[in-house]
Design a protein around this ligand. Structure first.
Ligand code: BJW
Length: 246
């Protein structure tokens, strides 16, 4: 990393960070586009994370989310999560936007997290949307639990393909992309809209954009866009050790 980039990091007043599955990879949670194993081998996540998949095979989709929910609850935040938690109080304005549904940013200590795709530990009525705090798990392979009020299936409280994002969270994310002077895109393939547009919107507004990823394949380049190749759990703590934010 150049001294010039470090200097523009130090001068930033509003830092926005967008995180993706790569940030939780070192907590042992598979990335979204990593290969699926076991019962789900041969399925693409895109074929499970849709309302149509849930309609077609609610038991299978519920089981997939149950497996991931249990994994998320067992997982611990890693040094990338902790670095972002340390950063929050050190900059004048900080907006953490995540596509992850695992809750690890909050557990690492970030106070404010804009969750674009929901939270896998919650469920809601698939018909009426009412949030449900607790439920009795069906046997594996069985249909999802049902809503006590209307009898419809419960579904995970996450955003599937073709569904709209939580409007408040999306507004906060757009506002941060417009307003920030530094935008970090960490551990995301930047393929899924509308989150994928956020870094480039920030760049178009004149912000410095830093992409942190183990692979830069498919990531945009251009004026004001910097690539730091490496593990999020190493690159983020390293930035802090080099005296950022100063
Ligand atoms: C590391 C690392 C380490 C590994 N360190 N790095 C405009 C154009 C085209 C299509 C659309 C469009 N607007 C909307 C769409 C349709 C669709 C879409 O974007 N499709 C694309 C596939 C093209 N979007 C939607 O449907 C969205 N809804 C919407 O826009 O509503 C209005 C509308 C609807 C329809 C048409 C038009 C408008 C909703 C999107 C919801 C996404 N939901 C999911 C599932 C959430 C629940 C769950 O977890 O199951 O969100 S899909 C999945 O992808 C999940 C993730 O949050 C999201 C992003 O994935 P992410 O985080 O980037 O993970 P990976 O695996 O892709 O990448 C990991 C990266 O980490 C890799 O780059 C690795 O290299 C890296 N890495 N280890 C650092 N240690």
């Amino acid at each position: 990393m150049t001294e010039q980039l470090l200097e523009s990091l130090r001068q930033a007043r509003h830092v926005a960070v967008l995180t993706g599955a790569g940030v939780s990879a070192e907590s042992g949670l598979p990335t979204f586009r990593g290969a699926l194993t076991g019962h789900w081998a041969g399925h693409r996540p895109e074929d499970l994370a849709t309302p149509e998949a849930f309609e077609r095979n609610p038991a299978m989709v519920w089981d997939w989310y149950r497996m991931r929910r249990e994994g998320a609850l067992r997982a611990e935040p890693n040094p990338a999560h902790f670095a972002l938690a340390r950063l929050e109080p050190l900059v004048s304005r900080f907006t953490l936007i995540t596509q992850n549904v695992d809750g690890l940013h909050r557990r690492a200590g970030n106070q404010t997290v804009v969750e674009l795709h929901g939270d896998i530990t919650r469920a809601r009525c698939a018909r009426e949307g009412t949030l449900v705090e607790s439920w009795v798990e069906p046997p594996r392979g069985g249909n999802p639990p049902t809503c006590a009020d209307c009898g419809a299936f419960l579904r995970p409280d996450v955003v599937w393909f073709g569904e709209t994002l939580p409007q408040r969270a999306l507004r906060q994310a757009w506002a941060a992309a417009y307003d920030c002077d530094l935008f970090l895109a960490v551990g995301t393939s930047n393929l899924v809209e509308p989150a994928a547009t956020l870094p480039w919107l920030a760049a178009a507004q004149g912000a410095t954009v830093v992409v942190i990823n183990t692979s830069m394949e498919g990531q945009r380049s251009g004026a004001g866009i910097h690539h730091l190749t490496g593990l999020a759990s190493e690159v983020l703590p390293d930035l802090l050790e080099r005296g950022w934010p100063g």
